[in-house]
Design a protein around this ligand. Sequence first.
Ligand code: NAD
Length: 335
Amino acid sequence: MRVAVFSTKRYDRDHLQEAVGGRHQLVFLESRLDAQTAELAHGCEAACLFVNDDGSAAVLDNLAGVGVRFLVLRSTGFNHVDIERADELGIRVARVPRYSPHAVAEHAVALILALDRRIHRAYARVREGNFSLEGLLGFDLHLRTVGIVGTGAIGVAVAQILRGFGCRLLAYDLHPNPACVAIGVEYVDLDRLFGESDVITLHCPLTPDTHHLIDEGALRSMREGVMIINTSRGGLIDTRAVIEGLKTGRVGHLGLDVYEEEGDLFFEDLSDRVIVDDVFSRLLTFPNVIVTGHQAFFTKNALDQIAATTAANLDSFEDGSSCDNELQWRDLQAH
Ligand code: NAD
């Protein structure tokens, strides 16, 4: 099958080519998928998308128009694809439901530790010959309360790591995970989680229900100086509200691997350009904020698994066999 691979970087090319071998013809495109670039998939039966490719209805219409019948997502999250429209167009969609949840969980914990112990500031200071400890005071994670929102594959991995630090763990999920209960995680409602947590880390998907889960009202119910970590999707947080929270001190630390308007920024080298997003630029001015550019997934183990699952999804679609990783509109509605 001929596959248009959008948003390709060198690392995608290497891993995907190795996993696919000679079974499919991969057309590597650096462009992000949008209504204009969809026509680059002309002559391809499948399109392969990453997190900031636009899979909205209008773009899917264009892809269908040039003959695309299959979408394979190189991600777990699928909030960027209109699955209902894909279903109407007869386009089958598959994702990578699991790939090293540890990669993302470990990155979330790395953000917690770096913010707590001011590693980003210490690194810069020591290189300038400044060995003062003023402003670097942290806190023990031991016995601190951490609230985990979403305890699927990544959330439970975070819980397991933080258990080792001796944290008190609270969680909120629509479907509590027995693996979390088994290690002593206490499920509570969202209000209690917000009210009692020193650290809040987000691991639920972005859906209409979770959009701006952390907004002005939620921030008001949190502890003064709370640390907020988001490695899930940018839209979970109302960034403007969090900036106000940082200004008043309500938010003591913020660690982001995702940002609601990241599509025009992340995965590109913009170091020669002026960043025109003032909200994002404001975030970067705070000493107690660390932003990474959607790199939580980025380990060799994860890239190998993403490529292997994507190749298997393409094989299933070509064979006409059932695909375990397919996203069916009717199943999503049933949930
Ligand atoms: P998962 O499907 O295993 O777990 C998600 C959990 O969220 C489930 O337990 C589900 O019940 C819960 N959930 C759903 N709606 C909820 C709601 N309204 N409130 C609370 N909980 C809710 O997914 P995962 O593999 O753990 O991934 C979680 C998210 O992490 C993905 O949706 C994706 O957006 C993000 N992610 C980010 C990166 C990155 O590089 N930064 C990489 C992979 C995944």
